[in-house]
Design a protein around this ligand. Structure first.
Ligand code: SF4
Length: 326
Protein backbone atom coordinates (compact mmCIF):
# COMPACT_ATOMS: atom_id res chain seq x y z
CA UNK A 1 0.00 0.00 0.00
CA UNK A 2 1.05 3.64 -0.30
CA UNK A 3 0.01 6.80 1.60
CA UNK A 4 -3.34 8.42 0.83
CA UNK A 5 -5.79 10.54 2.77
CA UNK A 6 -9.32 9.52 3.68
CA UNK A 7 -12.33 11.69 4.42
CA UNK A 8 -15.96 10.78 5.07
CA UNK A 9 -18.55 13.08 3.51
CA UNK A 10 -21.45 13.84 5.84
CA UNK A 11 -23.63 15.28 3.08
CA UNK A 12 -23.79 15.56 -0.69
CA UNK A 13 -22.41 19.09 -0.81
CA UNK A 14 -19.32 18.05 1.11
CA UNK A 15 -18.83 15.05 -1.17
CA UNK A 16 -19.10 17.18 -4.31
CA UNK A 17 -16.64 19.73 -2.95
CA UNK A 18 -14.07 17.00 -2.25
CA UNK A 19 -14.79 15.33 -5.58
CA UNK A 20 -14.22 18.57 -7.46
CA UNK A 21 -10.78 18.82 -5.90
CA UNK A 22 -9.85 15.41 -7.29
CA UNK A 23 -11.05 13.15 -4.45
CA UNK A 24 -12.04 9.64 -5.48
CA UNK A 25 -15.44 8.44 -4.31
CA UNK A 26 -15.59 5.15 -2.43
CA UNK A 27 -18.59 3.30 -0.96
CA UNK A 28 -18.56 -0.52 -0.77
CA UNK A 29 -14.91 -0.49 -1.83
CA UNK A 30 -15.04 -4.04 -3.17
CA UNK A 31 -13.12 -3.20 -6.35
CA UNK A 32 -11.20 -0.05 -5.53
CA UNK A 33 -9.47 -1.37 -2.40
CA UNK A 34 -8.23 -4.44 -4.31
CA UNK A 35 -6.88 -2.23 -7.08
CA UNK A 36 -5.16 0.05 -4.57
CA UNK A 37 -3.50 -2.93 -2.89
CA UNK A 38 -2.17 -4.01 -6.28
CA UNK A 39 -1.16 -0.36 -7.03
CA UNK A 40 -3.23 -0.43 -10.21
CA UNK A 41 -5.10 2.56 -8.79
CA UNK A 42 -3.31 5.20 -6.72
CA UNK A 43 -5.79 7.88 -5.64
CA UNK A 44 -4.35 10.52 -3.31
CA UNK A 45 -7.67 11.27 -1.61
CA UNK A 46 -10.55 8.89 -0.90
CA UNK A 47 -13.96 10.41 -0.24
CA UNK A 48 -16.20 7.95 1.57
CA UNK A 49 -19.78 8.56 0.42
CA UNK A 50 -21.40 5.65 2.22
CA UNK A 51 -23.36 7.94 4.61
CA UNK A 52 -25.11 9.86 1.81
CA UNK A 53 -28.90 9.37 1.54
CA UNK A 54 -28.82 7.37 -1.68
CA UNK A 55 -30.16 4.05 -0.41
CA UNK A 56 -33.80 4.13 -1.52
CA UNK A 57 -35.67 2.09 -4.10
CA UNK A 58 -38.76 4.05 -5.19
CA UNK A 59 -41.43 3.93 -7.85
CA UNK A 60 -41.23 7.10 -9.97
CA UNK A 61 -44.18 9.38 -10.77
CA UNK A 62 -44.35 7.82 -14.23
CA UNK A 63 -44.38 4.26 -12.93
CA UNK A 64 -40.71 3.44 -13.46
CA UNK A 65 -38.25 2.45 -10.76
CA UNK A 66 -35.46 4.52 -9.22
CA UNK A 67 -32.64 2.62 -7.49
CA UNK A 68 -30.33 4.74 -5.34
CA UNK A 69 -26.64 4.50 -6.19
CA UNK A 70 -25.79 3.31 -2.67
CA UNK A 71 -28.37 0.52 -2.51
CA UNK A 72 -26.37 -2.68 -2.09
CA UNK A 73 -26.53 -5.30 -4.81
CA UNK A 74 -28.16 -7.71 -2.34
CA UNK A 75 -30.80 -5.16 -1.26
CA UNK A 76 -31.66 -4.28 -4.85
CA UNK A 77 -31.89 -7.95 -5.89
CA UNK A 78 -34.24 -8.75 -3.00
CA UNK A 79 -36.43 -5.65 -3.24
CA UNK A 80 -40.05 -6.69 -3.94
CA UNK A 81 -40.53 -4.00 -6.62
CA UNK A 82 -37.35 -5.02 -8.45
CA UNK A 83 -38.28 -8.69 -8.23
CA UNK A 84 -41.81 -8.26 -9.49
CA UNK A 85 -41.40 -5.45 -12.05
CA UNK A 86 -37.92 -6.27 -13.41
CA UNK A 87 -36.83 -9.85 -12.63
CA UNK A 88 -34.08 -9.39 -15.22
CA UNK A 89 -32.38 -6.96 -12.81
CA UNK A 90 -32.77 -9.23 -9.77
CA UNK A 91 -31.43 -12.21 -11.68
CA UNK A 92 -28.44 -10.31 -13.08
CA UNK A 93 -27.54 -9.14 -9.58
CA UNK A 94 -27.94 -12.57 -8.01
CA UNK A 95 -25.70 -14.13 -10.64
CA UNK A 96 -22.94 -11.61 -9.85
CA UNK A 97 -19.97 -12.01 -7.53
CA UNK A 98 -20.46 -13.79 -4.17
CA UNK A 99 -23.03 -13.29 -1.39
CA UNK A 100 -20.46 -11.43 0.73
CA UNK A 101 -19.59 -9.07 -2.11
CA UNK A 102 -23.24 -8.45 -2.96
CA UNK A 103 -23.83 -7.38 0.64
CA UNK A 104 -21.04 -4.79 0.45
CA UNK A 105 -21.02 -3.61 -3.17
CA UNK A 106 -23.39 -0.87 -4.32
CA UNK A 107 -25.37 -0.46 -7.52
CA UNK A 108 -23.32 2.61 -8.45
CA UNK A 109 -20.04 0.83 -7.82
CA UNK A 110 -21.17 -2.24 -9.72
CA UNK A 111 -21.96 -0.20 -12.83
CA UNK A 112 -18.70 1.74 -12.56
CA UNK A 113 -16.44 -1.18 -11.66
CA UNK A 114 -13.27 -1.53 -13.70
CA UNK A 115 -12.47 -4.27 -16.16
CA UNK A 116 -11.32 -7.76 -15.19
CA UNK A 117 -8.73 -7.86 -18.00
CA UNK A 118 -5.81 -9.64 -16.31
CA UNK A 119 -3.27 -7.39 -18.02
CA UNK A 120 -4.98 -4.32 -16.55
CA UNK A 121 -4.44 -5.79 -13.08
CA UNK A 122 -0.82 -6.77 -13.77
CA UNK A 123 1.23 -3.60 -13.35
CA UNK A 124 4.15 -5.13 -15.28
CA UNK A 125 2.03 -5.51 -18.46
CA UNK A 126 1.41 -2.86 -21.14
CA UNK A 127 -2.09 -1.47 -20.73
CA UNK A 128 -3.50 1.69 -22.31
CA UNK A 129 -6.35 1.76 -19.81
CA UNK A 130 -4.04 1.81 -16.79
CA UNK A 131 -1.09 3.59 -18.39
CA UNK A 132 -2.17 5.54 -21.52
CA UNK A 133 0.15 5.11 -24.49
CA UNK A 134 1.88 1.99 -23.15
CA UNK A 135 0.08 -0.43 -25.52
CA UNK A 136 -2.37 -3.29 -25.10
CA UNK A 137 -0.93 -6.61 -24.00
CA UNK A 138 -4.25 -8.35 -24.59
CA UNK A 139 -4.41 -7.63 -28.33
CA UNK A 140 -1.58 -10.04 -29.09
CA UNK A 141 -1.76 -11.90 -25.79
CA UNK A 142 -4.27 -14.37 -24.38
CA UNK A 143 -7.61 -12.78 -25.19
CA UNK A 144 -10.16 -15.57 -24.72
CA UNK A 145 -12.36 -13.52 -22.37
CA UNK A 146 -12.05 -10.21 -24.23
CA UNK A 147 -14.47 -8.23 -26.36
CA UNK A 148 -15.78 -9.09 -29.82
CA UNK A 149 -17.87 -5.90 -30.03
CA UNK A 150 -16.98 -2.25 -29.51
CA UNK A 151 -13.20 -2.68 -29.26
CA UNK A 152 -10.57 -0.30 -30.59
CA UNK A 153 -6.87 -0.60 -31.43
CA UNK A 154 -6.28 0.81 -27.96
CA UNK A 155 -8.31 -1.61 -25.81
CA UNK A 156 -10.34 -4.83 -26.15
CA UNK A 157 -11.47 -5.29 -22.53
CA UNK A 158 -15.06 -6.26 -21.70
CA UNK A 159 -17.23 -4.45 -19.20
CA UNK A 160 -17.71 -6.87 -16.28
CA UNK A 161 -21.07 -5.85 -14.75
CA UNK A 162 -24.13 -8.10 -15.15
CA UNK A 163 -26.58 -5.57 -13.73
CA UNK A 164 -25.40 -3.01 -16.30
CA UNK A 165 -26.50 -5.38 -19.07
CA UNK A 166 -30.00 -5.50 -17.60
CA UNK A 167 -30.07 -1.68 -17.26
CA UNK A 168 -28.88 -1.30 -20.85
CA UNK A 169 -31.59 -3.65 -22.11
CA UNK A 170 -34.28 -1.72 -20.19
CA UNK A 171 -32.95 1.64 -21.47
CA UNK A 172 -32.40 3.01 -17.99
CA UNK A 173 -31.06 6.48 -17.26
CA UNK A 174 -28.26 7.34 -14.87
CA UNK A 175 -28.88 10.35 -12.63
CA UNK A 176 -25.75 12.28 -11.72
CA UNK A 177 -25.17 15.31 -9.51
CA UNK A 178 -22.53 17.95 -10.13
CA UNK A 179 -21.80 21.58 -9.29
CA UNK A 180 -24.45 22.72 -11.79
CA UNK A 181 -27.16 20.46 -10.40
CA UNK A 182 -28.57 17.10 -11.41
CA UNK A 183 -28.72 15.66 -14.92
CA UNK A 184 -29.86 12.44 -16.51
CA UNK A 185 -27.72 10.41 -18.91
CA UNK A 186 -29.17 7.60 -21.06
CA UNK A 187 -27.50 4.35 -20.07
CA UNK A 188 -26.28 3.86 -23.64
CA UNK A 189 -24.26 7.09 -23.33
CA UNK A 190 -23.06 6.66 -19.76
CA UNK A 191 -20.51 3.86 -20.22
CA UNK A 192 -17.97 4.75 -22.90
CA UNK A 193 -16.41 2.54 -25.52
CA UNK A 194 -12.60 2.70 -25.39
CA UNK A 195 -11.96 4.51 -28.67
CA UNK A 196 -8.69 6.43 -28.36
CA UNK A 197 -9.12 7.10 -24.64
CA UNK A 198 -9.72 3.76 -22.89
CA UNK A 199 -8.87 5.26 -19.51
CA UNK A 200 -12.08 7.31 -19.60
CA UNK A 201 -14.90 4.88 -18.86
CA UNK A 202 -17.95 6.99 -17.92
CA UNK A 203 -19.47 10.20 -19.26
CA UNK A 204 -18.85 11.99 -15.97
CA UNK A 205 -17.17 15.33 -15.41
CA UNK A 206 -14.66 15.82 -12.60
CA UNK A 207 -16.41 15.39 -9.25
CA UNK A 208 -19.82 14.40 -10.61
CA UNK A 209 -21.57 11.84 -8.44
CA UNK A 210 -23.97 9.11 -9.55
CA UNK A 211 -27.12 9.36 -7.45
CA UNK A 212 -29.44 6.72 -8.93
CA UNK A 213 -30.41 4.55 -11.86
CA UNK A 214 -33.91 5.06 -13.25
CA UNK A 215 -35.66 2.36 -15.18
CA UNK A 216 -38.47 3.88 -17.25
CA UNK A 217 -41.97 2.43 -17.13
CA UNK A 218 -42.46 -0.27 -19.73
CA UNK A 219 -45.82 -1.55 -20.98
CA UNK A 220 -47.26 -4.42 -18.95
CA UNK A 221 -47.15 -7.35 -18.86
CA UNK A 222 -43.37 -7.43 -19.26
CA UNK A 223 -41.69 -10.83 -19.06
CA UNK A 224 -37.96 -10.58 -18.42
CA UNK A 225 -34.91 -12.58 -17.37
CA UNK A 226 -31.13 -12.86 -17.45
CA UNK A 227 -28.95 -15.75 -18.60
CA UNK A 228 -25.24 -15.85 -17.80
CA UNK A 229 -22.85 -18.34 -19.40
CA UNK A 230 -19.49 -18.75 -17.65
CA UNK A 231 -16.68 -21.21 -17.08
CA UNK A 232 -18.02 -22.22 -13.65
CA UNK A 233 -21.38 -21.77 -12.01
CA UNK A 234 -20.47 -19.31 -9.25
CA UNK A 235 -18.21 -16.34 -8.61
CA UNK A 236 -17.21 -15.98 -12.23
CA UNK A 237 -17.62 -13.34 -14.93
CA UNK A 238 -19.70 -13.89 -18.05
CA UNK A 239 -18.29 -15.31 -21.25
CA UNK A 240 -21.64 -14.33 -22.72
CA UNK A 241 -24.92 -13.22 -21.20
CA UNK A 242 -28.33 -12.06 -22.35
CA UNK A 243 -30.81 -9.70 -20.69
CA UNK A 244 -34.21 -9.91 -22.33
CA UNK A 245 -37.58 -8.24 -21.72
CA UNK A 246 -40.65 -8.88 -23.89
CA UNK A 247 -44.08 -7.27 -23.94
CA UNK A 248 -46.54 -9.55 -25.75
CA UNK A 249 -50.15 -8.48 -26.29
CA UNK A 250 -52.76 -10.19 -28.45
CA UNK A 251 -50.20 -12.88 -29.31
CA UNK A 252 -47.82 -10.35 -30.88
CA UNK A 253 -44.51 -9.01 -29.54
CA UNK A 254 -45.10 -5.28 -29.09
CA UNK A 255 -41.83 -4.44 -27.39
CA UNK A 256 -38.49 -6.29 -27.20
CA UNK A 257 -35.50 -5.17 -25.11
CA UNK A 258 -32.34 -7.19 -25.57
CA UNK A 259 -28.73 -6.63 -24.47
CA UNK A 260 -25.66 -8.85 -24.19
CA UNK A 261 -22.83 -9.01 -21.68
CA UNK A 262 -19.37 -10.56 -21.71
CA UNK A 263 -18.91 -9.67 -25.36
CA UNK A 264 -18.69 -5.88 -25.58
CA UNK A 265 -16.46 -3.17 -24.23
CA UNK A 266 -19.74 -1.85 -22.84
CA UNK A 267 -23.05 -3.70 -22.25
CA UNK A 268 -24.15 -4.35 -25.82
CA UNK A 269 -27.67 -3.47 -26.97
CA UNK A 270 -28.75 -5.93 -29.65
CA UNK A 271 -30.94 -3.61 -31.69
CA UNK A 272 -31.05 -5.82 -34.75
CA UNK A 273 -32.38 -8.68 -32.60
CA UNK A 274 -34.99 -6.35 -31.10
CA UNK A 275 -36.10 -5.16 -34.55
CA UNK A 276 -36.46 -8.72 -35.76
CA UNK A 277 -38.79 -9.56 -32.86
CA UNK A 278 -41.17 -6.60 -32.75
CA UNK A 279 -44.46 -7.17 -34.60
CA UNK A 280 -43.96 -10.94 -34.80
CA UNK A 281 -45.67 -13.85 -33.08
CA UNK A 282 -43.51 -15.85 -30.64
CA UNK A 283 -42.28 -19.11 -32.12
CA UNK A 284 -39.25 -21.37 -32.10
CA UNK A 285 -38.41 -20.24 -35.62
CA UNK A 286 -38.57 -16.59 -34.58
CA UNK A 287 -36.25 -17.06 -31.58
CA UNK A 288 -33.75 -18.84 -33.77
CA UNK A 289 -33.86 -16.30 -36.62
CA UNK A 290 -33.64 -13.31 -34.25
CA UNK A 291 -30.71 -14.80 -32.32
CA UNK A 292 -28.79 -15.23 -35.60
CA UNK A 293 -28.46 -11.44 -35.62
CA UNK A 294 -26.81 -11.29 -32.19
CA UNK A 295 -23.35 -11.59 -33.71
CA UNK A 296 -23.82 -8.73 -36.19
CA UNK A 297 -20.70 -6.60 -36.34
CA UNK A 298 -18.61 -8.94 -34.15
CA UNK A 299 -14.85 -8.84 -34.65
CA UNK A 300 -13.36 -11.73 -32.70
CA UNK A 301 -9.73 -11.89 -31.60
CA UNK A 302 -7.33 -14.83 -31.84
CA UNK A 303 -8.72 -16.75 -28.87
CA UNK A 304 -12.38 -15.77 -28.59
CA UNK A 305 -13.94 -16.69 -31.94
CA UNK A 306 -16.17 -19.13 -30.01
CA UNK A 307 -17.99 -16.20 -28.43
CA UNK A 308 -19.85 -15.36 -31.65
CA UNK A 309 -21.69 -18.70 -31.77
CA UNK A 310 -22.01 -18.85 -27.99
CA UNK A 311 -23.66 -15.43 -27.96
CA UNK A 312 -26.23 -16.49 -30.55
CA UNK A 313 -27.07 -19.61 -28.55
CA UNK A 314 -27.27 -17.65 -25.30
CA UNK A 315 -29.73 -15.18 -26.83
CA UNK A 316 -31.81 -17.93 -28.44
CA UNK A 317 -32.05 -19.91 -25.20
CA UNK A 318 -33.05 -16.87 -23.18
CA UNK A 319 -35.62 -15.78 -25.77
CA UNK A 320 -37.18 -19.22 -25.39
CA UNK A 321 -37.10 -18.97 -21.59
CA UNK A 322 -38.64 -15.49 -21.45
CA UNK A 323 -40.94 -15.71 -24.47
CA UNK A 324 -41.96 -19.35 -24.16
CA UNK A 325 -42.57 -21.80 -26.94
CA UNK A 326 -45.92 -21.79 -28.70
FE1 SF4 B 1 -5.39 -2.81 -20.93
FE2 SF4 B 1 -7.64 -2.81 -22.32
FE3 SF4 B 1 -5.51 -3.94 -23.34
FE4 SF4 B 1 -6.68 -5.06 -21.20
S1 SF4 B 1 -7.56 -4.86 -23.23
S2 SF4 B 1 -4.49 -4.74 -21.57
S3 SF4 B 1 -7.46 -3.24 -20.17
S4 SF4 B 1 -5.74 -1.77 -22.85
Amino acid sequence: MYPFSYTKASDTREALRAGRKGGRYIAGGTTLVDLMRETVERPDVLVDISDLPLRQVTVTERGGLRIGALVSMAEAAAHPKVRTLYPVVSQALELSASAQLRNMATIGGNIMQRTRCTYFRDVTADCNKRDPGSGCAARDGFNRTHAILGASDQCVATHPSDAAVAFAALEANVRVLGPDGERSIPFSDFLLKPGRTPRREQALSQGELMTSVEIPAHPRPLASGYLKVRDRQSYEFALTSAAIALHVRGGVIREAKVAAGGVGTVPWKLTSVEKHLVGERPSEALWSAAAERAGDGARPLAHNRFKVELLKRTVERQLRTVGGTQ
